[in-house]
Structure formats: C-alpha cells, structure tokens
Design a protein around this ligand. Structure first.
Ligand code: SIN
Ligand code: FE2
Length: 212
C-alpha cells in the first residue's frame, strides 16, 4: 500500500540548511561509477591532523582544488600530494547533482571547484568542525551527498558547544547549508557496520565546495 504521507522532498533544518532525501537516487548508477573512477585515480588515504592524529575517515578529492591536511595545517592544493598529479576532474554527474541540490535549497548558480570524498569504514567518525578553509565562505553554500551505509549527521550551531541536531542520512540524501548556516559546526557519529548493495561496507560522503 502506498504511504498515506509521501516522504517530503525538501526538509528545512535551520535557516539556510536543507535536507533533500533521495536527491541522488535518479542518477545513482552514474554517480557511483564516476566515484569508483575517481577513487581509482586518487585512492583514499588517512591524512594527519595538524596535531599529528591519524583521521579515522580516509579522504580523496576531485575537481580543480583538493582539501588536504597534514602537520602544517588544512588547505586546498591543486596537486594530489601522494601522486604529484592534479586531482581527477569533477565528473559531470557530480557537478549536475551539486548544482541541482543547491538550487533546490535556494542557492542559485553554485559552481563547485572542489569535491572532498570521505570514505568511512564501520567505526569511523568525524568530530565537530567548521568548514572555513574556503576563500569566500559567505558567498557559497556547501552541498553534501551521502552514499552507501547510513549515518547520523550532527548539525550544530555557530559555537562548538551548541546543541546538535541529529540528522539520519541514507544513501542518496543530500544536505545543503549556506547563508546564515554556512559556518555551523557539524560532524558524523561513529558509522555502524553493515553492507550496502552498491558500496559494500562503506559510507562515502561527497562534499562540494567553492574553495578558490
Ligand atoms: C564533512 O564535514 O566534510 C563531511 C560530512 C559528512 O561526511 O557527512
Ligand atoms: Fe565539514
């Protein structure tokens, strides 16, 4: 039987922060194939935080700029430090999804130049942080796409100690946050074990930014 209450396609979480359930499902095959190619060219790796800790999340990038972290800090780089080559190009299917999600959330004209690919094995987590290494944070939103295993996203406030909203994310869900929410703290709770039909024992997040 069809559900009496169809699932909403756009859920406001806070001013400027929107959840788009299933936003990527129409093109999941194209997106997963492009993702596999990116990870083949630039394999995910566990970077060190500036404090010298190994991140439990393994990361890679595609697009003109890639986010990197090491003992000297966080920054964007044109070249993959592991290979010395430019990061893989941003696949068209990724750019289309990011643009469409931003526009559905009210941010027209979003053109990402960076996509951070975060690979969570069961047990991995991401502690609360702000995304503020981009040149013009006020001018562009963040678009974040969840693939593979589910996870609980923590959307905090503008101060680290603010209460967090727990947002369950499934394969294909997109989150957009910009405007008054752009500098909100956020993180991901420890990912539980499981097996996803397309991505196996992994949660993968694509985080689209306008970095340069
Ligand atoms: C991030 O904050 O860069 C990633 C968030 C996520 O994995 O959902
Ligand atoms: Fe982030």
């Amino acid at each position: 039987m069809a559900s009496l209450f169809p699932s909403p396609d756009c859920i406001g979480l806070a001013p400027g922060a929107v959840l788009l359930p299933g936003a990527a499902l129409d093109d999941e095959t194209g997106i997963v194939q492009a993702l596999n190619e990116v990870l083949e060219q630039a394999p995910p790796r566990h970077m060190l935080t500036p404090g010298g800790l190994r991140m439990s999340v393994a990361v890679s990038n595609c697009g003109g700029l890639g986010w990197v972290s090491d003992r000297s800090g966080y920054r964007y780089e044109r070249l993959d430090p592991d290979s010395g080559r430019p990061w893989p190009a941003l696949p068209d299917s990724f750019a289309r999804l990011a643009r469409a999600a931003a526009s559905r959330a009210g941010f027209e004209g979003f053109e990402p130049d960076a996509c951070l690919v975060s690979v969570y094995a069961p047990g991995a987590r991401l502690s609360l942080h702000q995304d503020k290494d981009e040149r013009d944070v006020a001018g562009h939103p963040l678009v974040s796409l969840s693939l593979g295993l589910p996870a609980v996203f923590q959307l905090g406030g503008l101060a680290r100690g603010d209460r967090t909203l727990k947002v369950p994310l499934s394969h294909g869900d997109a989150l957009v946050w910009g405007g008054a929410s752009r500098l909100r703290y956020h993180g991901v709770a420890t990912v539980s074990d499981g097996e996803h039909r397309l991505l196996g024992r992994r949660r993968i997040n694509l985080s689209f930014r306008r970095a340069g």
